[in-house]
Design a protein. Structure first.
Length: 150
């Protein structure tokens, strides 16, 4: 791997590889160390193949679950976009990912609201309070992240 991004912290805070899931997380993290920066991204299909073909579905649920766990549980700075996954190389990439996630969350909320309205229009009783509260919590967390920087 070239050292095009010398300021990137490449230390991996992943568990000791004792179980199959831990080994998958460690292997995923190691593969991603060769994909620093958006320009060096790896598609979910390529990542699945690099991990021994862990997914048989085109939607790569096992690969996506491993990425999600590395980001949410092990604090790995993994970015994504329609072209694949990559380790974030700088604050600009982090900011771009946060903005993309915020836009996606807003789109999901719009669809939830539209579905609730459609259900109400067709005589189904729906309670949007919980969904609205969850969305507001997510939006606050995203805005806090954006304001505090990477």
């Amino acid at each position: 791997m070239s050292d095009d991004h010398p300021d990137v912290d490449r230390s991996l805070d992943v568990p000791d590889a004792t179980g199959a899931e831990d080994k998958l997380l460690l292997e995923t993290a190691l593969v991603l160390t060769a994909h620093v920066g958006k320009e060096n991204s790896i598609t979910s299909g390529e990542l699945s193949e690099a991990l021994g073909g862990i997914d048989t579905l085109d939607s790569t649920p096992n690969t996506r679950a491993a990425i999600r766990e590395l980001v949410c549980e092990y604090n790995m700075p993994i970015g994504s976009y329609h072209g694949g996954y990559y380790l974030l190389s700088d604050g600009d990439e982090a900011q771009s990912c946060i903005e993309t996630l915020s836009t996606r969350a807003a789109g999901i909320h719009r669809r939830m609201s539209a579905l609730n309205k459609a259900m109400a229009d067709h005589g189904y009783v729906t309670d949007t309070t919980e969904a609205d509260e969850v969305f507001e919590d997510i939006q606050r967390a995203i805005l806090d992240d954006v304001e505090s920087g990477p």
